[in-house]
Write a protein that binds this ligand. Sequence first.
Ligand code: C5P
Length: 232
Amino acid sequence: MSEIIVALDFSNEEEVIRFLKEFNQPIYTKVGMELFYAYGPKIIDTIQTMGHQIFLDLKLHDIPNTVGSAMKNLARLEVDMVNVHVAGGSRMMEAAIEGLESGARPGLKRPLCIGVTQLTSTSETMMQQELLIPKPLNEVVLDYAKLANQSHLDGVVCSVHEAKAIHEQCGQNFITVTPGIRLANDSVDDQVRIATPAYAKEQGSDYLVIGRSITQSQNPQATYHSIQEMLK
Ligand code: C5P
């Protein structure tokens, strides 16, 4: 089943609390660099105390030893999902999983770890001319997903348009987390390859990362519920 992850792209803690107070049920949230670098583990604790799940989107990318040690500390925060850049290589991804396993409290499941294939801000031209990867972008995303799978990650972040091919290649249990979701009447904003929740469900996306369509809506809780009903 597809689940919603609400991107908490707010610049301060008060806005986060005000927003979450509108929900009378636990939701899955995404905390990014902006909030985490401003408030650190305190913001995680605040959101967890309110009863919500957390995908901590910090996109780690460093030498295997450093990523392993950092992941050990993130596992101690008892978040539900974390991520790394697949470009860090197989040894780094394996070290991330080892770190998460060693940091998780005995008896508790370690956080899921997913890989970033190519950022949505990376165009095919930029990838080929600046990163010097001489292949079509969709091929690179699939190859990176395969490498993430072989390196024991739980899944990848990808666009809805790639979710089906990634599941076909890496198996149905390999998680696809898809941003770039827009409702039929929404503005596209800065996203490029967008999809509706219905299409994301049809393509087999496991988690739909939704920011502005919910956070900027007139009634975030009602919008969240209507998308949730549709995904059932
Ligand atoms: O507001 P919107 O729904 O576009 O927010 C999407 C969220 O997903 C943002 O937090 C953005 O940083 C994140 N994201 C993305 N594309 C990626 C990875 C993460 O849009 N490839």
